[in-house]
Design a protein around this ligand. Structure first.
Ligand code: NAD
Ligand code: MG
Length: 388
């Protein structure tokens, strides 16, 4: 018998974490789960840890540790709590780590995993947007393999000829357009959180679903792609493709364009990262092109979706701008989900925060975290003027 690969999942109770667990459970003989982490969902964490026989389960909110201990009673699973325990689990050297915490909260754990020099499957795009080259440099320094899980970046990764990058002219990210693709600004003004998270094609966590509705998600993904693939900022384009069948495309200098297609199921890109450099079976729906019939494409409308324009500007500006934009967006999306601001206010708060903050480009992860804190404080101040 070959040795089982050791696995850690950061953000195991989320949407990506759950899809990763599904694949692991279907192939239980191949994997040994070292650690699962979550923020507050004690029951979800304990149930998952029991199902996969994890060695430890870590809850970020330390006040919930007694509850986790109780939920794991009678098992050999070690219960731990607190941010440092998450960092410790991330650094414990699993062969393969899924970084699926949402938001900049995932930055330190993802960095801890990368510094271990093993394989890190990256779903947590906000950490790469905020820390950029600091993160890819750390991966290079430790010898870690960073595998993109975001469906677009995973598609590009599958189509990109990394040995001959000079042959690539352009990367085209596809976007579904989200639930408000055909809505006017006036209609968007009164859209509720429930309407915003009702994504037409993908089932995802609340924050990324709102980001998909504003198109901030595609903006964050442009910045993410810039850090993963060696092209200048002008080499990336976005096209709206409502069916979410083509997950992204790579155009070569000779005019050839390669694309990756598949059902909109995150288990496909996660499986690619889990089996890489091989392939594994998944239970995912097979693509039926005849049933789909036709594929549509549109240019993104930057006036109706100003968040995408903001992200493009932050990518061009570089330095601290992407981290500020990300932090402001996190504050605004949380406020929108709580019902305290309107849908259009998300981009307005992000734009104002970007104008108010002018820190130096970060030279370390600690400086990224300082910028993130400062931008959150500014965004919280800006937000007060938008409260309903
Ligand atoms: P989710 O909200 O469903 O899950 C988030 C996970 O992070 C949970 O396990 C939660 O407990 C944990 N978490 C949240 N805050 C935390 C904190 N402060 N400290 C520690 N842990 C914390 O989110 P998701 O939809 O699974 O997305 C996760 C990441 O993957 C995001 O960065 C998202 O942009 C990216 N992503 C998601 C999808 C998708 O289909 N859901 C697709 C592409 C990329
Ligand atoms: Mg994506």
């Amino acid at each position: 018998m070959t040795e089982r690969r050791t696995i850690t999942i950061l953000g195991a109770t989320g949407s990506v974490g759950g899809s990763t667990l599904d694949l692991i459970e279907r192939n239980a003989a191949d994997y040994q789960v070292l650690a699962l982490t979550a923020h507050r969902d004690v029951d979800g964490l304990a149930a998952a840890a029991r199902r996969v026989g994890a060695e430890r389960a870590v809850i970020g909110d330390e006040s919930l540790l007694p509850g986790l201990r109780a939920a794991l009673q009678g098992t050999a699973i070690r219960a731990e709590g607190g941010e440092d325990a998450i960092l410790d689990a991330a650094a414990a050297g699993a062969d393969w780590t899924m970084a699926a915490i949402v938001g900049c909260a995932g930055l330190r754990p993802t960095m801890a995993a990368l510094r271990g020099g093993r394989t890190v499957a990256l779903a947590n795009k906000e950490s790469l947007v905020s820390a950029g080259a600091l993160m890819t440099d750390a991966a290079q320094a430790s010898g870690a393999t960073l595998l993109p899980v975001d469906s677009e970046h995973n598609a590009i990764f599958q189509c990109f000829d990394a040995d001959r990058p000079a042959g690539v002219r352009r990367i085209i990210l596809t976007a579904s357009g989200g639930p408000f693709r055909t809505r006017s600004r006036d209609e968007m003004r009164s859209m509720t959180p429930a309407q915003a998270v009702a994504h037409p094609n993908w089932s995802m966590g609340a924050k990324i679903s709102v980001d998909s509705a504003t198109l901030m998600n595609k903006g964050l993904e442009l910045i993410e792609a810039y850090h993963l693939f060696p092209l200048d900022a002008e080499g990336f384009d976005v096209v709206i493709h409502p069916q979410s069948v083509i997950h992204s495309l790579v155009e070569y200098v000779d005019g050839s364009v390669l694309a990756q297609l598949g059902a909109p199921d995150m288990r496909i890109p996660i499986a690619y990262a889990l089996a890489w450099p091989r392939r594994m079976e998944t239970p995912c729906e097979r693509l039926d092109l005849v049933r789909i019939g036709s594929l549509g494409f549109e240019a993104p409308d930057l006036e109706r979706f100003p968040a995408l324009a903001l992200a493009k500007a932050a990518l061009r500006e570089g330095g601290a701008a992407p981290a500020i934009l990300n932090a402001a967006n996190e504050i605004a999306v949380a406020a929108f989900l709580e019902g305290s601001i309107g849908f259009l206010d998300i981009a307005s708060i992000s734009a104002e925060t970007l104008r108010c903050c002018t820190p130096q480009p970060p030279a370390s992860i600690e400086e990224v975290l300082d910028i993130d804190r400062e931008a959150r404080a500014v965004a919280a101040g800006v937000k007060r003027r938008y409260l309903r």
